[in-house]
Design a protein around this ligand. Sequence first.
Ligand SMILES: [Zn+2]
Length: 120
Amino acid sequence: MKKSDWFLAGGILIIAVALLGYQFLANGGDPSESVVVVTVDGEEYGSYPLTEDCSVDIGETNRLVISGGTAVMEWADCPDQICVHHSSVSRNGESIICLPNEVVVSIQGGAEPELDGMVQ
Ligand SMILES: [Zn+2]
């Protein structure tokens, strides 16, 4: 890898760790309200409910498919294809990262925890 690639990798790792940290702070939520958050080049590209089947073109480089409560990178033009071969994600904090295209797909726990529903 070139030196610039390592900076890129480091940046994406920081984003991934930040997303995971957010998950711990948010302390879960209803799994049925999970959303698939897509980040491109460090900026949020969009978020999509995990409960609704759909196909999302991420720019012209990646295609995300949400089906049956799981998200998978169906297609990408990156040379390594690591994201395409990544297993599907469905649980809080799981993510698919496409390093060459700077695309991060992560599952987040949706809305604020419903405290009312948890109190007996
Ligand atoms: Zn990729």
